[in-house]
Structures are given as structure tokens and as C-alpha cells.
Design a binder for this molecule. Structure first.
Ligand code: MG
Length: 228
């Protein structure tokens, strides 16, 4: 039984740091999104498309989480001024970002000058679902080449998500992916989930995704103001 106690304590500690992160974000008027997905689903591509669409309206910063390398940060840093890379190799948790890592990254960002913070989590569908980071919304990207069985195989990450972005829609003619049954599986896990169909390659569907982000950002601003 001791083992279970230890795990609970780690998660409790993480939750309290995540709550502190969120307070810090709220004080500075920053809206934060935790982007989770398997490797190669298009996390960095969605971030780049989102920046392209919203950078005239919002001041955007990015936290890049990867086990190793600065490859994704290098792709993003031409587009936004503020990027922090977190490499999780050799850390206690290497398969996900945790609140403590994000807290350190926040201390390096000019939060007063940021409206939207995009956090790219480490690529997998298991560990990131366990750890809150202080984000306002949790988004999972699922791409067509991965197959439509992911909600059945990895239900936890989808059940806790606010939105799912179905990416690589341009692959539809070449892969077996039943979009209707995929969406029904998501709604079965989480009736309130928002679903977007996009292609980061062609830009299809990015408009709707960004409209939702803007709407949620405004709603959060309003919520923070009424709390004051
Ligand atoms: Mg990436």
C-alpha cells in the first residue's frame, strides 16, 4: 500500500504547484493551453499554424517539452520572441512535463507581455494525462495515420481533454479512419468535448480552431476579472 501513498503524494504536490502556476498566469492575464499528442501527430505544426493565424491579434509565447533536443524550439523561435525549451531527459519524469518544470519556464518568460501561452507537452498519450501544469485548457491532437482506435486504447487523456484536434485530414483518401466513429467514441468518453478537423499542412480547419481559442481566452479573461 505504501507505493500507492507515494504516487498520490507526487500527484498532490504536482497539483498544488499547478494551482500556483495558474494563479501566476491569471495575475498576468496569460491564457495557457496544454497540447498533448503522440509523437508526430502535429503538435509543433499546430502551434506554428496557430501563431501564423493569431500573431497579429495576440502576444504569444511557447514552452516546448521534449525528452531531448531543441529541434521544435528552433522551428518556433523564428515566429515568436519568447520560447523556452524543457528537455526532460534525466529528470524524475521524462515522459511528460510536470508543473514544477513549467513553473521554472514561467519564471523565464515576460508574463506581463504575453496573452497566449502554448505548451507543447512530451509526445505520448499516457503520462501527460496524469499531470496538471496550471493550464486553462487541455487539448489532444490525434492524427489520421495513427488510426481511429486511440480513444478506446488511451481513454484517460481524451476523457480529461477540453478539445481534440483531428489533424492530417489531407490523409483521408489514403488511410482507414472512420471520423464519425472516432467522434462518437470521444463524445462517449466526454460529452462536452470540442472537436476540430484540421490539416496543418493545407491550413484547412485552422480558422475554427483559432476562433475557439480566442473565444476561450476572452471567457477566461472575463472570469478572472469577475474574481478580482
Ligand atoms: Mg513537436
Amino acid at each position: 500500500m505504501k507505493r500507492i501513498e507515494v504516487v498520490q503524494n507526487i500527484l498532490e504536490a504536482n497539483d498544488s504547484i499547478a494551482a500556483q502556476n495558474q494563479q501566476l498566469l491569471n495575475r498576468n492575464g496569460v491564457f495557457a493551453i496544454n497540447i498533448m499528442a503522440a509523437p508526430g501527430a502535429g503538435k509543433t505544426s499546430l502551434i506554428l499554424q496557430t501563431i501564423a493565424k493569431l500573431k497579429d491579434k495576440l502576444r504569444i509565447a511557447v514552452i516546448e517539452g521534449d525528452v531531448a533536443s531543441t529541434l521544435d524550439s528552433e522551428k518556433v523561435r523564428n515566429e515568436v520572441a519568447d520560447v523556452v525549451q524543457i528537455n526532460t531527459r534525466n529528470m524524475s519524469e521524462s515522459c511528460t512535463l510536470i508543473a514544477n518544470m513549467v513553473g521554472h519556464a514561467l519564471s523565464r518568460l515576460p508574463l506581463g507581455d504575453i496573452d497566449l501561452l502554448l505548451i507543447e507537452n512530451v509526445g505520448n498519450l499516457i503520462c501527460p494525462s496524469e499531470f496538471a501544469l496550471g493550464e486553462h485548457k487541455r487539448v489532444v491532437i490525434s492524427s489520421l495515420p495513427e488510426g481511429d482506435d486511440k480513444p478506446a486504447k488511451y481513454p484517460v487523456i481524451f476523457a480529461d481533454a477540453d478539445a481534440v484536434v483531428i489533424n492530417k485530414l489531407d490523409f483521408l483518401p489514403y488511410v482507414e479512419f472512420d471520423i464519425d466513429s472516432f467522434q462518437n467514441a470521444l463524445k462517449g468518453l466526454n460529452p462536452k468535448i470540442e472537436i476540430f478537423q484540421v490539416s496543418c499542412k493545407t491550413g484547412a480547419g485552422i480558422e475554427d480552431w483559432c476562433a475557439w481559442l480566442l473565444k476561450e481566452l476572452e471567457a477566461n479573461k472575463h472570469k478572472a476579472q469577475t474574481k478580482k
